[in-house]
Design a binder for this molecule. Sequence first.
Ligand SMILES: Nc1ncnc2c1ncn2[C@@H]1O[C@H](COP(=O)(O)OP(=O)(O)OP(=O)(O)O)[C@@H](O)[C@H]1O
Ligand SMILES: [Mg+2]
Length: 235
Amino acid sequence: MEIEKSEQNKIEEKQKENWELINQGAEARIYRTIFYGKQTIIKERFSKKYRHPKLDKILTQKRVSQEVKCICKCRKAGILAPSIYYVDKETNSIFMEDFKDSITLKQFIFNINIESQKDLLNLSQTLREYGKIIANVHNLNIIHGDLTTSNILLKMEKNSLILIDFGLSYISTSFEDKGVDLYVLERAFLSTHPKSESLFQEVLDSYKKIVNSSKQIIQQFEKVRKRGRKRISFG
Ligand SMILES: Nc1ncnc2c1ncn2[C@@H]1O[C@H](COP(=O)(O)OP(=O)(O)OP(=O)(O)O)[C@@H](O)[C@H]1O
Ligand SMILES: [Mg+2]
């Protein structure tokens, strides 16, 4: 009870500083504010009370540094991800570019009118673009770690996609790690969007065309998929 109260106090303090809370995730809060005159998103990772304090501190700092490192690596290679303005190591907060007029791919898919040819064409183009982005990320040997339809933003007027939420990202050349990344995305698609097998297939088809060592990665993906199915059917 005490803990909840102090967490609540922290949120209220932030609101006084004109930080608007826009998302409360399992490990981080997202605020929107003005920082040095710029519209800014602040992603603040909070401590998990069930973890040992020392372990919690190490894990939280690791997530912050992984997120910053992988975002910067993507941006250097021309993959759209938020610019990093500032990192506050004391509060485990990343201050970054705010894509204010964007929506998540999840929201975009929910809004699609399946009777509209224009909407369907737009959806197909967007999914292919997403596949291309994942391939480019994997070609940099970055494993995103949390590919979902919520962790990609769409800027409608420019028709561009921005990859976010790199808290579980890491560097690896392993085909299996890349395969698991795809499997996480497939599971996310199927659990978030009913009857979305064909949507995920579009992402995958476009991914295959661009990713290096496509054959080996897809082989690993199919292996992981089989293991996953077995686990699901045996409980
Ligand atoms: N740079 C940004 N510009 C605009 N919106 C953002 C930005 N970063 C995050 N958001 C919004 O906040 C949401 C959560 O961000 P993020 O995925 O990084 O945090 P999270 O802790 O993983 O949250 P969740 O557990 O809900 O996925 C995003 O889905 C998006 O709507
Ligand atoms: Mg997220």
